[in-house]
Design a protein around this ligand. Structure first.
Ligand code: NAP
Length: 247
């Protein structure tokens, strides 16, 4: 129970990778704040699953694009559990299209959730972490933010931006006892990747040396490590979890 007494906020944790991270951190002993942008069956189900696993959990509906929602989510964490020790910026969306077909709103929506959302949550959580002189911030970026991808100009830009944000925050807050790292998953089996055409999936698989897609748990295990004291001397890094897809 390496995270006993710690409180973790995981944005976008109603399903997929965020859900697995919430479960992992909860199993490591953390109090867990889960989150979705709107009330959903998935959010309710994840809350019930965590409770059944013996995790101290509270579910919040907060749109990470909105500062008032973000502040309310942070307040819920503090009022319920007394602190914010770990922030996982995981909420993310795609609006995939070739650049010539991509609209301004496709661009804005993706940048607003994936990048501005992480900025707002990081700023709000950091206020608390700076006072307590400790904290772990973990940003879920993507290998696409490192190597680019056709039809994902908006998504790749948001994820590359998140890497710049990670390194800047790591430098800015290191002296306050706060670590900030990024995780770059490759192809992970979730609802986000479910919708991709079979030929796209096959193409990915052919290029993964380990010849399998990742699971949300593959990502959650590394988040668990980065959130723990064992990772105290790691900051400003981007850790790939991709079966060797990008190296
Ligand atoms: P997913 O299954 O589509 O889940 C996305 C989560 O984000 C949901 O809980 C969703 O909740 C939440 N969300 C979306 N917009 C939000 C907003 N404005 N405010 C708060 N929450 C919001 O996605 P996933 O595959 O688990 O991906 C999780 C993260 O990993 C994303 O950042 C994604 O870019 C990244 N990633 C995924 C893969 C992959 O292969 N799956 C690879 C690399 C990186 P609501 O439905 O309530 O909005």
């Amino acid at each position: 129970m390496q995270l006993k007494g710690k409180t973790a906020i995981i944005t976008g944790s109603s399903r997929g990778i965020g859900r697995a991270i919430a479960l992992k951190l909860g199993q490591m002993g953390a109090n867990v704040v889960i989150n979705g942008s709107s009330p959903s069956e998935a959010l309710k189900k994840t809350e019930e699953e965590l409770k059944a696993a013996g995790v101290n959990v509270v579910a919040t509906v907060a749109d990470v694009r909105k500062i008032e929602d973000v502040e309310a989510m942070i307040n819920t964490a503090v009022n319920t559990f007394g602190s914010v020790d770990i922030l996982v910026n995981n909420a993310g969306i795609t609006r995939d299209k070739l650049m010539m077909r991509m609209t301004e709103s496709d661009w804005d929506e993706v940048l607003d959730v994936n990048l501005k959302g992480a900025f707002l949550c990081t700023k709000a959580a950091s206020k608390i972490m700076m006072k307590q002189k400790s904290g772990k911030i973990i940003n879920i970026t993507s290998v696409v933010g490192v190597i680019g991808n056709p039809s994902q100009t908006n998504y790749a830009a948001s994820k590359a931006g998140l890497i710049g944000l990670t390194k800047s925050i790591a430098k800015e807050l290191a002296s306050r006892g706060i670590n900030c790292n990024a995780i770059a998953p490759g192809f992970i089996e979730t609802e986000m990747t479910d919708v991709l055409p079979e030929n796209v999936k096959e193409n990915y698989l052919n290029n993964i040396p380990q010849k399998r897609f990742g699971t949300p748990e593959d990502v959650a295990n590394v988040v668990g490590f980065l959130a723990s004291e064992e990772a105290n001397y790691i900051t400003g890094q981007v850790i790939h979890i991709d079966g060797g897809l990008v190296m």
